[in-house]
Ligand binder design. Structure first.
Ligand code: UDP
Ligand code: MG
Length: 327
């Protein structure tokens, strides 16, 4: 057996002190069953609890573990990107820390990879322990996104997936800042398949995806892969313009015939308010696109690494500080 790392697990962590030990044991026991060299890259995305201390203890014991500490919370997609940037394996598997994605499904993914697939994504056939709101919004959103894009982004999939080294290299070469990774994986292409799994209840703790983070991810998905919202604004403008023209002509004709106006002040005001509200919505949509163009222009790094820690570093007391990636 060579020293080449075959599998890299990428695990983002944000305030996961309640799940981290169990998560580590479950992941380790599955990876040991592969009988291949592997690494588990944990990305501590600016946790403010004891996640970092707990991870350092694990790192001290296990030479297969790497820990990357961000300088602050940069978000789930940035954490996954950092993991992909530093992963050394021939196949890279992204999995959440909270055990909602069953680690045992990794073995099915590796089997498909061995059969020649370059991407094996996890398809959720059931979601347990999640609120009706989360299930409903997720289901509706994936279908809305699918209807809006020409890229085939599979519905009911998250970021739990295996990607081949060449897919990882392709993703690493994409410079965009507001990353919707599950969409980018579809965009790069290659031979893709899926394994089905039932999404479990969180092992412990609460979701770290606030409504604000969910909205940001949802807009990233749409703005990265579709111009349809802007087209809708155009169609709507044309439609209301037409109605306005018809109303104008009919009001002129009516006032000429009856010598009075069919339009009263209340009607005019309410139509104005409705139009103003709709226009503001479309301006906000435009703003979502323009804001993202501005982010690309600033060209700031996607994340800042405060330190990277591995088993050997810890035992030699050498922690690599202040590394910055500027993907
Ligand atoms: N996470 C992260 N940064 C964040 C939010 C979440 O690294 O800003 C991690 C989190 O620790 C977990 C994964 O991303 O491992 C998915 O988050 P979570 O389980 O809270 O999301 P949900 O499953 O509720 O959508
Ligand atoms: Mg979760």
């Amino acid at each position: 057996m060579t020293n080449r790392i075959v599998y890299s697990l990428v695990v983002p962590l944000y305030n996961e002190e309640l799940v981290i030990n169990e998560s580590y044991y479950r992941l380790k026991s599955v990876m040991d069953r592969t009988l291949e060299n592997y690494e588990i890259v944990f990305i501590n995305d600016g946790s403010s609890d004891t996640t970092r201390d707990k991870m350092e203890d694990i790192c001290k014991k296990d030479a297969n573990i790497k820990l990357v500490n961000f300088s602050r919370n940069f978000g789930h997609q940035a954490a996954i990107t950092a993991g992909m940037n530093i992963a050394l394996g021939n196949a890279i598997i992204v999995i959440d820390a909270d055990l909602q994605d069953p680690p045992e499904a990794i073995l099915e993914m590796t089997k498909k990879w061995r059969q020649g697939y370059n991407v094996v994504y996890g398809k959720r056939i059931k979601r347990e322990g999640e609120t009706f709101f989360k299930k409903f919004t997720a289901k509706s959103y994936y279908r809305l996104l699918k209807s809006m894009t020409t890229i085939d982004i599979p519905v009911d999939t998250g970021d739990f997936r295996l990607i081949d080294r060449k897919v990882c290299d392709a993703l690493n070469s994409l410079p965009e800042k507001n990353r919707y990774i599950r969409g980018l994986v579809s965009w790069v292409g290659y031979k893709q398949t899926f394994v089905e799994f039932a999404r479990q209840e969180r092992f412990a703790g609460e979701t770290k995806y606030s409504l604000k983070k969910m909205m940001k991810l949802a807009f990233d998905g749409i703005t990265s892969f579709s111009y349809k919202p802007l087209m809708v604004a155009g169609y709507f403008g044309a439609f209301t313009g037409l109605i306005g023209a018809v109303l104008l002509i009919s009001s002129i004709i009516t006032s000429v015939i009856k010598s009075n106006s069919i339009l009263n002040l209340g009607l005019i005001l309410s139509i104005n308010l409705i139009m103003f509200g709709i226009m503001s919505c479309f301006l906000a949509i435009l703003g979502q696109y323009i804001g993202r163009i501005s982010d690309e222009g600033k060209n700031r790094p996607l994340y800042i690494v405060e330190s990277t820690i591995s088993h050997n570093d810890l035992n030699k007391n050498e922690v690599l500080k202040g590394t910055m990636f500027s993907n």
